[in-house]
Structures are given as structure tokens and as C-alpha cells.
Design a protein around this ligand. Sequence first.
Ligand code: GLN
Length: 467
Amino acid sequence: MPQITTNWSGVITNPERKQSYIRSVREIDKNIGSFLSFNPDLPGSDTTVKGALGGMPIAVKDNIAVTGHPLTCGSRILENLVAPYTATAVQRLEDAGAVVVGKTNLDEFGMGSSNENSALGTTVNPWNNDRVPGGSSGGSAAAVAAGLVPLALGSDTGGSVRQPANFCGVYGLKPTYGSVSRFGLTAYASSLEVIGTLTRDIDLMETAFGIMSGIDENDQSSVSYEDSVVPGSDISSVVMLSVGNDMLDDPVARAYMETGEALRAAGYSVTEISLPSLDLVVPAYYTIATAEASANLARFNGIRYGYAPDFAENPADLMKKARHEGFGREVKLRILLGTYVLRSGFQDQYYGRAQKIRTLIRKELESVFSSADLLLMPVFPTQAFLKGDSEMDDFKQRLADVFTCLANLSGLPALSLPIGVENGLPTGVQFMAPSFGEQRLFKVARNLKDTFPLQTPPNYLDIGSLV
Ligand code: GLN
């Protein structure tokens, strides 16, 4: 594990530096809105500065539980919920000395690509405040990009760590399915999702992943990482997904080509492939994700916790009103779609077919990785788009998930990394590796680091320089 130098420790332990840190974050975040709640003084915050992450402030997406902090999921239905326990991934980081300073904004329950589906706040892109930060982990991406925290957690069900990381110019890791415990992550689509990290520092990303990963008795789908890990040394071959000219905006296409060239210059063999089942990715993803969402979100009924209406005739009426008033439009749409694809007599036609497509995609990717170490792909067809952009309507946003959803349908790890800045907005690419091949992702990111150095947005908070 790489050694991390902890020059931020004083921002939590030294009272004066802490006050100056809190003031700076509040000031910058007034414009960006990355935090739904910012409270570095909650119990547990006074941890020791020992451990690999000693005293490091971290931010956590507000669909991941941290004792004593709110757990809203960006939804009115959970607006007043405070988490009674801590997610395993967060607990492991806290045990290593990290301090959760706040919870970040997201599209309601993780459903969206812009943060515009949050019922509780508006987050903008630190590079350009007229633009979205991406989603659904847009608050985490914006907080890291603006320098408010060196590390943030997100969840990636269909790209929600990698796409906002891409829009905000930071690294975003979606680990192998099962390598990080989902205990404490509010479920959206359980078979697709995993907790991931966003940061500006690839060494920190590797360290944090090392700490978070591994089997957890509270998550049956978690696996022992050490037994399965694929080493990162000796990587030499990359295949690039061939992407139609009309699929990517120009700056995105340029960054993609430049990455291929930089890899060749660094001695990698780079070839192109096409994936025959690429067109099926989005339909399969939205069939499976909405089916699972309709089941997972059935628990929010206003009875034991969460939003409840002032008046109801009877329990059925209470549930109906709680869900009608508590869920936003996109969430309702997806629950309806999920129940539609699962309705009796039609499972084979929709859900069953989507599962077959999923198997097909896994096989295609297996064959890719039988002859190459890494797969290079775009993250999203556009750079960060304008808030309320009518061009990027809901339908277009869903189609645009094609490159990110591949990793979720297959369970494979993927890392999105910044390449440059065009028109004042970040560009980037993503690499995918075989299962448990995270080390390969860290390795290639390090190889490209000097060619494509990270840049900072306006009003960047340099935590190390705080006095
Ligand atoms: N855009 C994807 C969706 O709306 C992102 C989901 C995610 O990863 N949480 O489903």
C-alpha cells in the first residue's frame, strides 16, 4: 500500500486550523452546494490522528449510513432520518483515522446523472456554476474537486461514481462487485451496485480501497479480496472500444484519442475492438435496475420511519400518501417501470431477457480480457452539461449511461480519470479491468499521471495551506 502523507490532520485536531477549515468549506460550499449536511463536530469526530488516514476529513454520499449523521438519500421521504449505525466501508475508514465531516448531495436514491433529481438541494459544478456536477454522486465529486475534502465516498449502480468524477475532473473508482461491503448503503439496485471512492490523488485512492475492501459478515455478497486479487504489475496491452464518430462530443472524442496515443507512447500495445452487445447495455440496465428498485424501495412506507402525512384514513391510505408525497417524479417513474417489467406473466419477456443479455455481456468482456490487460472507454458522451439543459433530456441522459453501465452489468472494476480541460470543463476516460484487477487500474493511472496532470477549478481550497 502506498504511504500517504497526512498534512491535513491538523484541520481536525488543531482548534484554530479546524475553525479556519470549517469557515473555508462553508464559504466555498455556499456557491457549490456539495454538502446536504456539514458537521465536523459530531461524536466520533474527535478520533485520533493515528492510522493510515490519521485525521483526514472525508465526505460521504447521503445514501451511505454514518451514525449520528442524516441519511436522506436526497429524498423527502427520508428528510429527517438520522442513521443509527455506520456502513462497514465507512467504519473501516474511521478505524484508519478518517473523520466524516458531512454528507453529500445526490440524485434521489441514486437515480440520475446530474444531481437535478435531488429533492433536498442543488449542487453545481465547481468548474462552472451554470453546469451540473454529474450524478448521482455529484455532491461527493464537487466536494473533492473544490478541495473541500481529499476523499469522498459515492455509490456506483450504473456510473454514479465515475460520471460525476469525470464531470468534475477527479478520479472515480467503481470497485469489483462484492469487493467492498454494501452494508449501510441504501439499496437501489443491489445486484449492480458497489461503494466507490472519489479523490484527486491516485495513491490515496489505492490506500482507501485497500482499507475498505474485504469480506464482511454483514454483507453476504462480499468476498475476500486478498484471495482473488489480480496483480497490477506487467500490464502491457490495452484494447480501446471503437466508438462511432457521432457518439461523442468533440472534446470528449479528442481526450479519448489522446489517451490512446499516450498509452502507445508509454509502450503499451493498443488495439481496437467493438462489443456486439453494446446496444443492449442501456435497455438491460434499466430493466434490471428498475425491477430491483421497485422491490428495494417498497420498504419506505412512512410507518416505522421517514416522512408521514399529517392525516390518513387507515394504514393503506398512510402508505399511499407517504409514498405519493415523499418520492419524487423520477423515483416514482422507476418504481412503476420496475413493477411493469416484473408483473406476472411477463418476467420472461423483460427481466429474464435482460438477465440473458447480462450473461452475454459478461462473456464478451471475458473474451476481451483473455487477450488484453485493460479496456479503455469513454465515460460519458458529453462534458458537464448545463443545468436544466433541454438537449440533455431524461431519455438522452439514460442512453448516455451506455459506457458506465457495462461495468455494473458485468461486475467488473472501472476507474475514471481526468485527462484535461477544454472550454473550462474537465475531460476524461475510463479503464475497465477483469474482476479484482483494481491494481491494474491504479497502475495505468499512475503511468498517465505526468502526461495528463490534474488541474484545479476556480476557488479551489488548498487544505494543506490552511493556517
Ligand atoms: N445514471 C444512472 C441511473 O440513473 C446512475 C445510477 C447510479 O449509478 N446510481 O440509474
